[in-house]
Design a protein. Structure first.
Length: 197
């Protein structure tokens, strides 16, 4: 028996340790808030891999433009946001069909720092897997995690993610000066993402 989106949302919300949490699909008017949350997460977790000058001085403009474009033209993507007390506290961005072998890419999964370890990331990942099942049944799911971000690696491994290949981090906007040296990242993948939903 298939479950509806409202059934899954009810089940996911029931798992929340944060009362008053709400999940929804992002729209174009969310671009600024999504970019702000993304930038805050980068500054907390990417420092050392990304250049301080980029994180502190350029990332807001870069991410603002990127999210405005992404959320204006959403074909082949799905962005889920989590809200608490009227503020954006989490996001997940899915790019369907990004890789012929591994399937859809979770290009971003971020939760605001004070609300980490409350189940929000788990819920975002579950809703992202559900959106993928509806859009592209049978597709796999994968993402990239910075080598230095061991907490995120542990999170994905605890949710059944399989560590795959390692590669150099592509510089934001193709500009090498935005990185410190050559940081690396690992692929984590789920051949059957329905196990997450």
């Amino acid at each position: 028996m298939a479950t509806s989106a409202s059934d899954t949302n009810s089940r996911v919300n029931a798992l929340s340790r944060v009362t008053g949490l709400r999940f929804r699909t992002a729209g174009a008017d969310d671009a600024a808030a999504v970019a702000e949350l993304h930038g805050d997460s980068w500054r907390r977790h990417y420092r050392g891999a990304y250049a301080d000058a980029f994180l502190d001085d350029e990332s807001a403009e870069y991410l603002g433009a990127m999210w405005a474009k992404r959320l204006a033209a959403r074909e082949g993507t799905h962005t889920t946001v989590a809200e608490y007390d009227g503020k954006l506290v989490g996001l997940s961005h899915l790019m369907i069909g990004a890789d012929p072998k591994f399937g859809a890419l979770v290009d971003n999964l971020h939760v605001r720092a004070p609300l980490k370890r409350q189940g929000i990331g788990t819920q975002l990942l579950a809703l992202t897997a559900q959106a993928l099942q509806q859009a592209s049944p049978g597709s796999g799911l994968y993402l990239w995690v910075l080598e230095q971000n061991t907490a995120a690696q542990g999170f994905y491994e605890a949710r059944g993610g399989i560590r795959g290949d390692r590669k150099d981090v592509p510089p934001p906007g193709g500009e090498a000066r935005r990185l410190n040296g050559t940081p690396a990242c690992f692929r984590y993948y789920w051949p059957d993402p329905s196990l997450l939903a």
